[in-house]
Design a protein around this ligand. Sequence first.
Ligand SMILES: [Fe+2]
Length: 295
Amino acid sequence: MQIATRTATRHGVEVNGFDPAAATAADLAALREHLYRDKIVVLKQQTLTPDRFIELGRAFGTPVAYYEPMYHHPDHELIFVSSNLRHDTGPIGVPKTGAFWHSDYQFMPEPFAVTLFYPQRLPTVSRGTYFIDMSVAYRRLSPGLRAAIEGTRCRHSARRYVKIRPSDVYRPLGEVIAEVERKTPAQTWPTVLTHPVTGERILYVTEAFTYEIEDADGNPLPRRLIDDLLAESGQLDTTFEHPNIFLRGYEPGDLVLWDNRTLIHRALHNPGGEPTESFRVTVTDEYPLSAGVIA
Ligand SMILES: [Fe+2]
């Protein structure tokens, strides 16, 4: 197993020659350390079966099945499938997922620590994921804004991005919305997390899920604060040229792991609707979301 040195122009580290069947406990511990420190680990030239992929997830935490079954792989509920392919047996998973700035499960009581993303079929163009390192975004905030959010908390909900299921057709919209609120009630987290492993401070605000901010006593603060945080962190830049945004491109065989506390991401959909499919395993780890917060 060879771990490439992190460079100034490339985010995260790349690992060549990783074979999960032969990996030692020391190898896996080294990968975990890199994941928390470098935020992205790309395992090159992987050919894993679904079972092996899930098994790899266990090296980084506890795999969790997505709460909505329509995303599940038909034979492996721990694998989340994003796909626009038509298999002989019909479509699997859900097409066009995640094209908005978010952190996986930020709206849930236990957000994921690590996302393992394994493209199965890549388009010829537009293959990659946009990321923002929110510890960098926090450090780059204007001093006034950073001071204004000290000690505040934000509320997060999936409601704007929950996908209507085939079984919801003909249901009253109010009933569907009530179900969303019941199944995924909004969660409140500190606006700034402290990473439980690295100690870094992380701005935990996303365009998709964050909708309210309050002071330390629970008094509501102006929505304008959230808008300013989204703008300064780069999430409102539709050109994707903001210095905080980087695009991580993929090659066939790449298996990409990222620290879901620190990085927010946004899927890049290819405009031509080329066939594309990816598998994802998401895990919780043994740490709280933020040092000092019981998740
Ligand atoms: Fe995601």
